[in-house]
Ligand binder design. Structure first.
Ligand code: FE2
Length: 402
């Protein structure tokens, strides 16, 4: 809220980026005293051939085990089970290859391998006692930001109420992240646009968050600029390596920003939906973003006018308020241009759980507090109602995003 408040900026991850940068993996492995590696990934990454490309870079003197059972919106139980399967195997390094669900699962395992118990024992900040296991990250989407951040999100089903819970702490930054767009060159267009819009959501929510600072602003606003100038080209063709490289870097930059600025209620509401409907995080955020921007801009018109400028909107001669509104309109247009539906019904969210979703989101202090405009329960309900209905978008795209 105020630029002069006291802040701490945390970052630790070595970022190795560029086409072919995964070739540095063996060199980085030599710097860590490890002999047994647990690769954490999912079936999609395996079937796309990305897993093999990364494994080719690991020398044969390492013992490599592969856990490829990660599911979207990773559940506490799945992560706990993976821990029990591998805890006595002498693992000393985690190598995560995948999107946010994979990276977060590996972070969870890095806590469990050194602390035991269940993921549910570590909700909150720095709750674990022992230093976590080292982890390398190879992100395969252009949205998670988990590769440069210190948080991991899990779906908790205690008391028969599915919600998302966070664990975070200084130890949860990966040691090294390899940002290699060549690994992503067969990525489906709808995943580029939805995860790319998730990265834009991180950057914008982080930029206008009450916990932002000059340091996080410099990262988040630059990420807005880079995404604004590359998401269309990347969505149009995943083999446009320049655009994909820019998106991957912007996602990582926003990851660093959000780890220190916090986010806002796009994430608060989307986590409630993600947990209840097992809906993919990127597309839910992408649909919600314009609705929350429309609601939030009056809290900080000046910062929203910066977003317009970063997105190359011509704001010459506009008042700060009109420039802020132009930012909101521009994001709406961008969202449509990259094929994101404008309503939650398109991904199977109806109003049958609207009260439950509202309650879960309203009680999520992690996002309510940094959101720039103070939200009432009714505000959340109204936004959900609008976002579910949308403006009668004719295309049912549930199959594409499920
Ligand atoms: Fe996100």
């Amino acid at each position: 809220m105020s630029a002069h408040r006291n802040t701490v900026f945390n970052a630790k991850t070595k970022l190795i980026s560029g086409i072919g940068s995964i070739k540095s993996l063996s060199q980085e492995l030599k710097k860590i005293q490890a002999s047994t590696i647990l690769v954490v990934t999912d079936k999609g990454i395996k079937n796309a051939g990305i897993l093999n490309k990364v494994l080719e870079e690991i020398d044969s003197n390492y013992d490599v085990m592969i856990f490829d059972e990660v599911k979207p919106n990773p559940e506490v139980e799945m992560t706990d089970n993976a821990y029990h399967t591998y805890k006595d195997k002498g693992i000393d390094l985690l190598l995560a290859i995948g999107g946010g669900s994979v990276l977060d699962t590996a972070k969870g395992l890095s806590v469990l391998f050194s602390n035991g118990g269940s993921i549910a024992d570590y909700y909150g900040y720095d709750i674990y006692k022992n230093k976590t296991y080292p982890m390398f990250a190879v992100p395969t989407t252009v949205g998670t930001g988990s590769e440069s951040g210190n948080a991991a999100v899990f779906t908790d089903n205690s008391n028969n109420l599915k919600t998302k819970k966070l664990i975070f702490g200084e130890d949860l930054f990966p040691e090294v992240a390899f940002l290699d767009a060549e690994l992503l060159k067969n990525m489906p267009s709808h995943l580029i646009s939805s995860t790319g819009m998730d990265a834009l959501t991180h950057a914008i929510e982080g930029y206008v968050a009450n916990w932002s600072s000059h340091v996080t602003d410099s990262l988040n606003l630059h990420a807005v600029r880079v995404i604004g100038s590359s998401i269309r080209q990347a969505t149009a063709h995943s083999e446009n390596l320049e655009a994909m490289h820019s998106m991957l870097l912007a996602s990582t930059i926003a990851g660093l920003g959000m780890a220190n600025s916090g986010l806002g209620m796009v994430h608060g509401i989307s986590h409630a939906i993600g947990a209840q409907y097992d809906a993919p995080h990127g597309i839910v955020n992408a649909i919600l973003l314009p609705y929350l921007l429309e609601y939030n801009w009056i809290a900080n018109p000046e910062k929203f006018s910066h977003i317009a400028d970063a997105l190359r909107v011509n704001i010459q001669g506009l008042s700060v308020e009109d420039a802020a509104k132009a930012a909101v309109e521009h994001v709406k247009t961008m969202t449509a241009e990259v094929g994101i539906p404008d309503n939650l019904s398109a991904i199977g969210v109806d109003d049958s759980k609207i009260d439950l979703l509202t309650d879960i989101a309203f009680n999520d202090q992690q996002y309510m507090v940094p959101n720039p405009r103070k939200m009432s329960r009714q505000d959340i309900y109204d936004i959900l109602q609008k976002a579910i209905a949308g403006s009668a978008h004719p295309t049912a795209v549930k199959e594409v995003y499920s």
